[in-house]
Design a protein around this ligand. Structure first.
Ligand code: ZN
Length: 100
């Protein structure tokens, strides 16, 4: 967990550096009153992008810890109930097949 936090922190620092570089580049390219709204828009877009990336990573981690991937489901061989347990919650049969 500590390593994950460190990685997260260094990634945050990297993103801060990238956004600072972008804002510097914009302020060089555009005169001051024009550059300000552009920098704000870029910051908002970047923060949305970073949040989406973090959400995707958390989702991936969740599926890894959950065991079975969300794309694979199991169906009971005797009653056809969709479940991801070792035995069917409806009829208790341990026979199951993989479906999508
Ligand atoms: Zn069943």
């Amino acid at each position: 967990m500590i390593d994950n936090n460190k990685q997260f922190l260094s990634q945050q620092l990297l993103w801060i550096g990238i956004s600072l570089g972008i804002s510097l580049a914009i302020s060089f390219l555009l005169p001051f009153p024009l550059s300000l709204p552009v920098i704000i828009v870029v910051f908002i877009l970047l923060s949305y992008y970073i949040r989406n990336r973090a959400m995707k990573k958390m989702g991936m981690a969740g599926s890894v810890f959950g065991g079975n991937g969300s794309s694979v489901s199991y169906y009971c061989m005797s009653c056809g109930t969709k479940h991801n347990q070792s035995s069917c919650p409806k009829c208790g049969s341990k026979m199951k097949r993989v479906g999508s």
